[in-house]
Design a protein around this ligand. Structure first.
Ligand SMILES: Cc1cc2nc3c(=O)[nH]c(=O)nc-3n(C[C@H](O)[C@H](O)[C@H](O)COP(=O)(O)OP(=O)(O)OC[C@H]3O[C@@H](n4cnc5c(N)ncnc54)[C@H](O)[C@@H]3O)c2cc1C
Length: 381
């Protein structure tokens, strides 16, 4: 479908596709097998200005638009969704700064992100606070011109690799979620340590780690917005970043679909390519239609956000939910089209199916997405 991209957006898309095809594809299997963090690809992404896409021009970037983040994420995820997450996770971790940082804070941190010199992470989840984000227990106590952080965050994307992490912590425990505040914590700050690195089913080239804060002194100048605004900043961050997860899911689905079509045209049974059987053709037709519908939702929502719309929680949740359910279905069907070959590690579709699963879980599970959509649509009537 024609999405009427500008010349610059086409250029960004072509660069991301080239990086994915030439730098990621040849090493994909090795990253997946060994679970290595893709620093060499990150360097290429930095050199080709892909990280600059995350940041607005006034902070030395080239865009800052959600649609451009989505374009790059889809292209990288078409080849490897785990590696794509070093980019998308940086977008997620950077959004609290972009949404609520002062001009001085933005000038301090964003140019490094744009240059690809600093990856970011976003730390909300804790052992007792997953879907129930308001149940976090990490605390931040003011002490002079610092806050002292104590607590443990779990399953943090880019954990251990990110230079800057946006961390949600309680500055007023009695107020619960309304007493939460958002801080930027720099790698290497004394008292900020890393726990175990997770051994995951999919997105294996993405680092997922535990973050441990033990009497970690963070300058008060690293508080984003005001005390008590942290939960609101986190929710606005998700609204802006969920189309990125949608784009990641679209990319995974597109990659699996392309593999399935290629295979179906060359695999012969009963003296003909399996693509000549109507049963297979109908599966491919459904896959193509579902991917295009998911992509259209991601593109339309991204444009809505970039246009300056005030409230897009419902549409952002729809993107994430529909695209991730699509990715799961399409990757399972891609394996089916390829038969036993699809089940084998010689082909990338079984990996894509494993990668697709996470998109239904993180940044809010799809059950939570349905709740967000329902509560918003009920308010509209
Ligand atoms: C690979 C990976 C990377 C991640 N990266 C990050 C990151 O960078 N930063 C970060 O902060 N977090 C991250 N997370 C955490 C992720 O956001 C959570 O896993 C997710 O929000 C779900 O929380 P949970 O796993 O604790 O599930 P739970 O909340 O324990 O949910 C278990 C089940 O109950 C359902 N459920 C729970 N509450 C409700 C409800 N009210 N209504 C209906 N159903 C409900 C859920 O849908 C799910 O099916 C990551 C997780 C993974 C696995």
């Amino acid at each position: 479908m024609e999405y009427f991209l500008t010349d610059e957006q086409r250029e960004i898309r072509d660069i991301a596709r080239k990086v994915a095809e030439e730098k990621i594809k040849p090493l994909r299997a090795q990253y997946v097998e060994e679970g290595i963090f893709p620093w060499d690809v990150v360097e290429v992404m930095a050199k080709t200005d892909l990280f600059a896409v995350l940041v607005p021009e006034e902070y030395d970037g080239i865009s800052g638009k959600v649609i451009d983040l989505a374009i790059v994420t889809e292209e990288l995820s078409r080849v490897d969704a785990g590696i794509a997450l070093s980019f998308g996770g940086t977008g997620l971790g950077m959004y609290p700064i972009l949404i609520s940082g002062s001009d001085e804070q933005k000038k301090r941190w964003l140019p490094e992100v744009a240059a690809g010199e600093a990856l970011c992470a976003f730390a909300l989840t804790e052992p007792n606070a997953g879907s129930d984000a308001g149940a976090i227990e990490t605390t931040a106590v003011r002490d002079g011109d610092h806050y002292v952080l104590n607590g443990t965050k779990q399953w943090i994307t880019n954990g251990g690799e990110a230079k800057y992490t946006s961390v949600l912590a309680l500055t007023d425990k009695a107020k619960g979620a309304r007493g939460a505040s958002m801080f930027v914590v720099e790698k290497g700050t004394p008292g900020f340590n890393y726990g175990k690195k997770e051994n995951k089913m999919g997105i294996r080239a993405s680092a997922t780690r535990e973050l441990i804060f033990e009497d970690c002194r963070v300058p008060a100048a690293n508080l984003l917005g005001r005390e008590g605004q942290g939960f609101m900043i986190a929710m606005r961050t998700f609204d802006k970043s969920r189309p990125m997860v949608g784009a990641q899911a679209v990319g995974i689905a597109q990659g699996a679909y392309e593999e399935a079509v290629k295979f179906a045209k060359v695999r012969h049974q009963f003296g003909k390519p399996v693509s000549s059987f109507q049963a297979v053709q109908f599966m491919l037709a459904d896959m193509a239609t579902q991917i295009e519908a998911a992509r259209a939702l991601v593109m339309a929502t991204s444009r809505m956000i970039d246009s300056g719309a005030k409230d897009y929680a419902k549409e952002a949740a729809m993107c994430k939910m529909f695209a991730s359910d699509t990715a799961m279905k399409v990757t399972v069907d891609a394996i089916q089209v390829m038969g036993g070959s699809g089940y084998m590690k010689e082909y990338p579709v079984e990996k894509m199916m494993r990668d697709a699963k996470i998109t239904q879980i993180y940044e809010g599970t799809n059950q939570i997405m349905r709740s967000v959509i329902a509560s918003n649509l009920l308010k509209e009537f």
